[in-house]
Design a protein around this ligand. Structure first.
Ligand code: AMP
Length: 485
């Protein structure tokens, strides 16, 4: 059974769409390759040969799912693709995308990055009206809404369906005759538009896909924008009420590839600036700055530049670690992180070390890293995090655990420092996180994971809370007190 509890993070994903270009599926495949960091659980491509949709989906990495024969079979000049991120217990083929369905207007394929915050509520309503669901993924709700809409074109049906969903989406739809992409009015998740020399378009979650495909970056698909690609034309629509942009700050902090241009800025440059700001705010006398590779590297470079300290790779990452390995039961303790990272004694011995990572979620990684660095002979270990404490789950498409599992949600700074065994611990301040924008006031970002302030209501959660309250009331006052706690 799926975990449909609303207090769970859902999936991050990568989306790509190619239109008006020979060997579209091959290009989509390369695009998914570039976006592999956005999801490793499964991937798929649907292509159109102008008459029918052809699709292939699988579990695992892009390179393992497709081969030459499969990509050749995905013929046509339009294709959409999807990478899916892992969420506990849901590694199921039927949850991988693109979803391909048949409905009144023919065939339709959908790739979705984000999370609808009223999906469970809509699903219940749709099921009550007779809809039968095949997967546990919120995207399927959208497909049903499109199928039930009473309009004669896919564009109108899509707009009608999107006006009923709440939350975060960057989407690509493909029918045999057209491609449509859409981004939610807050623009939570990224989506960019590119153009091929000689004709044809590409949309992708990040520009690193455009770079690999040698496509020219045109612009972001704007928040609230719906683009229809049909024939040689590109039509842009803004059918929704305008909202304040709420681009996801965590894309900059951890999620996007550093060589991408996301929300109009180079991610690497932003991460370096976060590191510089971290050094300005919380530097301690030390000998070297060591990143937690790979995601901590740009921030550590910025920190080292600002603190005028040597940047050293005191931790080396094994890049060939797969999803599963056989873990010894007790003979080697803390095996998990060691298989990924190794501490270099020659670099660390006798040194006062600043360790820079981008975020702490449960705290288990940092604890193991501190222990490893000490075991390699470091004199002092100072943990520095290039983001504020992660205190709240994301409901807009970033995979993170529940409130209770987030160490900063229920522990003080000193408690976290003691838990990980560091000599000191500092996070970046909330204001410092926005120093890179160069403006004094908080710009249009969503930072709910750091502040607990959610720009779009979590309808599903509100419903569940209300339901729990009713159940508690039915059980009597003693239970009600427990719920309040
Ligand atoms: P933890 O051991 O749970 O504290 O995990 C912290 C590590 O996970 C950090 O090194 C981060 O780079 C990484 N991280 C942060 N957010 C995510 C995420 N949403 N998915 C996967 N890894 C993450």
């Amino acid at each position: 059974m799926a975990d449909t509890s609303p207090d769970r993070f859902h999936e991050e994903c990568g989306v790509v769409g190619i239109y008006g270009r020979a060997e579209a599926a091959n290009l989509a495949y390369l695009g998914l390759y570039a976006l592999q960091h956005r999801g490793q659980e499964g991937a798929g491509i649907a292509s159109s040969d102008g008459n029918v949709l052809i699709s292939h989906r699988g579990l695992g990495l892009v390179a393992d799912i497709f081969d030459e024969e499969i990509v050749r079979r995905l013929s046509g000049e339009a294709a959409i693709g999807h990478n899916r991120y892992s969420t506990a217990g849901q590694t199921l083929l039927r949850n991988t995308q693109p979803f391909v369905v048949e409905y009144a207007l023919g065939s339709l394929a959908v790739s979705h990055n984000g999370n609808f915050t009223n999906a469970q509520t809509l699903r219940k309503q749709l099921e009550a009206k007779g809809s039968i669901f095949q997967s546990n993924v919120d995207t399927e709700v959208l497909v049903h809404l499109i199928a039930r809409a009473e309009h004669s074109t896919l564009l109108e049906r899509t707009i009608s369906a999107l006006s009923q969903v709440e939350g975060a989406y960057s989407l690509a739809f493909l029918s045999p005759h057209e491609m449509i992409t859409a981004r939610d009015p807050h623009g939570f998740r990224p989506l960019v538009l590119g153009r091929f020399e000689g004709g044809g378009y590409v949309v992708a979650s990040e520009t690193c896909a455009l770079d690999l495909l040698e496509a020219e970056y045109v612009r972001e698909v704007e928040p609230g924008e719906v683009i229809r690609f049909a024939g040689a034309k590109l039509e842009s629509y803004k059918p929704f009420n305008k909202e304040r942009a709420r681009r996801c700050i965590f894309e900059y902090i951890y999620f996007a590839r550093p060589d991408s241009r996301v929300f109009g800025r180079n991610v690497y440059a932003v991460r370096k600036e976060l590191g510089r700001q971290l050094a300005r705010e919380s530097h301690k006398p030390a000998d070297i700055v060591v990143p937690v590779p790979d995601s901590g590297v740009p921030a550590a470079l910025g920190y080292a530049e600002q603190a005028r300290l040597p940047f050293e790779m005191g931790l080396i990452r094994n890049h060939y670690v797969g999803r599963t390995f056989i873990e010894p039961t007790d003979s080697i303790r803390h095996f998990g992180v060691k298989v990924k990272l190794n501490a270099q004694r020659d670099v660390l011995e006798g040194k006062r070390v600043i360790v820079v990572d981008d975020s702490i979620v449960r705290g288990t990684t940092s604890k193991k890293i501190v222990r490893m660095i000490r075991a390699a002979g470091a004199a002092e270990v100072h943990m520095r995090i290039s983001a504020p404490p992660t205190i709240s789950p994301c409901y807009y498409g970033v995979d993170t655990p529940t409130h209770g599992e987030l160490i900063a949600n229920n522990h003080s700074l000193d408690e976290i420092r003691d838990f990980m065994g560091a000599d000191s611990l500092a996070y970046l301040s909330e204001e410092g996180m926005y120093a890179f924008t160069g403006t004094g006031n908080k710009p249009g970002f969503c930072d709910a994971c750091f502040t607990g302030v959610y720009p779009v209501e979590i309808t599903d959660e509100a419903e569940t809370r209300q339901m729990r309250l009713f159940q508690a009331l039915e059980r009597g006052p003693k239970r009600l007190r427990l719920v309040k706690e």
